[in-house]
Design a protein around this ligand. Structure first.
Ligand SMILES: C[S@@+](CC[C@H](N)C(=O)[O-])C[C@H]1O[C@@H](n2cnc3c(N)ncnc32)[C@H](O)[C@@H]1O
Length: 396
């Protein structure tokens, strides 16, 4: 869940060890900028800040996911918020496994492992036990956390879990990713005086990065920017890495489906005339701010997902759309309120935190509306109950 925006100068200051880590990454990125002639496109900067081995935010050792700043974390995701998220998600996953006759689940970027553990337990309870659970995880530190979480909370399923660096060549089964697409590098563009520029990164002095804009020839302006109305000054993103990722994922689907959950909008809403500052956002200690150069390697950098581009990418890979809807609608269709109703309200220690978390997952003011679920299938078809009411595929 993403907190409200704050001013960078009101953020907590990292400790000495963290600052040493930051400095090492800054030097590494500065060398890359120098080697590229003094300018890197923003997507390359974002990739280096998040994924440089050993130093990037997701490849280094920071806590990342958690309940609040006191545990050293920066943000909380739905699987961390409540076990009811994975539990509810298991129902559509079970429907797909049933329709394909397969028992393989692949999860991208599995966080702390809570989603995997919850999914494995619920699939088993639903009678469609998962024979193989593959986690595609780039971070060694996160793999260790996931292994520990599964060993502690779902030990009977640990033998069927395997970790890989890259997607298997063919997947028959279900592919899932919660908040993975928003963590993929985006390109930045700025329209000034009616002309599009690519916004990149340069070094202003030894340790400070700055935005640097380069004018774009008309032929080089990405097609997605045709959605941006008017001629007024405007900053936004395009999502080539996420689209390429979804193309690859969908083309590996032999018989099965892929489901992604993330915050974002279809193109017409994403490139709305009034969204003049784009959606790029950073998270540090549960505060959101807009400066991607503040704490490289220590803060998350993210952008909303442009779901029309994601749908087009899946289509290009021969997959077809199973559904697109809000997280609230998806979870309600899949029965999250029924699961909550099974808890005893006379047991407030269990019931109240669960009810509070479900409210956050479903509320329009929190995650319910901003977050969407999109699903694709290939080599099979299935009508998922989770898209039965409130499907918004026509908006993509
Ligand atoms: C915001 S975190 C979400 C983690 C987890 N799914 C959750 O909901 O708590 C994004 C994750 O996506 C992972 N990720 C991004 N690109 C990836 C890729 N190409 N393959 C696998 N994981 C990727 C990142 O490493 C990171 O762990």
């Amino acid at each position: 869940m993403k907190p409200n925006t704050t001013q960078p100068d009101s953020l907590p200051v990292p400790g000495d060890t963290a600052l040493a880590h930051l400095r090492a990454l800054v030097q590494h990125i500065a060398r890359q900028i120098a080697a590229a002639g003094g300018w890197l496109p923003f997507d390359r900067y974002m990739e280096l800040a998040l994924y440089t081995p050993g130093l990037g935010y997701y490849s280094g050792g920071s806590v990342k996911f958690g309940r609040g700043p006191d545990d050293g974390s920066d943000f909380i995701t739905a699987p961390e918020l409540s076990p009811l998220f994975a539990q509810t998600f298991a129902k559509p996953v079970a429907e797909i496994l049933g329709a394909t006759g397969t028992r393989h689940v692949v999860e991208f970027g599995a966080g702390t492992g809570k989603f995997a553990a919850g999914l494995l337990r619920t699939l088993d309870a639903l009678g469609v036990g998962c024979a193989r659970y593959t986690i595609v995880e780039l971070s060694g530190e996160l793999r260790a956390r996931q292994r520990e979480c599964i060993a502690e909370t779902a030990p009977q399923f640990a033998p069927c879990v395997q970790w890989v660096d890259a997607l298997p060549e063919r997947v028959d089964g279900v592919i899932v990713g919660n908040e993975v697409l928003d963590a993929m590098p985006v390109r930045l563009f700025a329209r000034q005086d009616g002309l599009w520029h690519e916004r990149g990164v340069a070094v202003a002095d030894a340790s400070r990065f700055v935005f640097a804009d380069r004018p774009l020839a008309t032929a080089a302006v990405p097609a997605a920017l045709a959605y941006v109305p008017g001629r007024h000054d405007y900053v936004t993103e395009t999502h080539e890495a996420a689209a390429a990722f979804v193309r690859t994922v969908c083309s590996t689907l032999g018989r099965g489906a892929a489901l992604f959950v993330d915050y974002g909008f279809p193109a017409a809403e994403y490139y709305h005339s009034q969204r003049t500052q784009g959606t790029l956002m950073c998270h540090y200690r549960h505060r959101a701010h807009g400066d991607p150069f503040l704490y490289p390697g220590l803060q998350d950098i993210t952008a909303h997902v442009q779901f029309s581009a994601i749908e087009q990418a899946a289509h290009d890979a021969g997959a077809h759309l199973l559904g697109y809807t809000s997280q609230a609608r998806f979870l309600m269709n899949a029965g999250i309120t029924d699961s909550l109703a099974q808890l005893d309200p006379a047991d407030p220690a269990r019931f109240l935190p669960a009810a509070n978390a479900v409210q956050k997952l479903l509320s329009e003011a929190e995650m319910g509306e901003l977050f969407k679920v999109i699903a694709f299938c290939r080599g099979m078809d299935v009508a998922l109950g989770a898209f039965e009411r409130g499907d918004r595929s026509h908006m993509l």
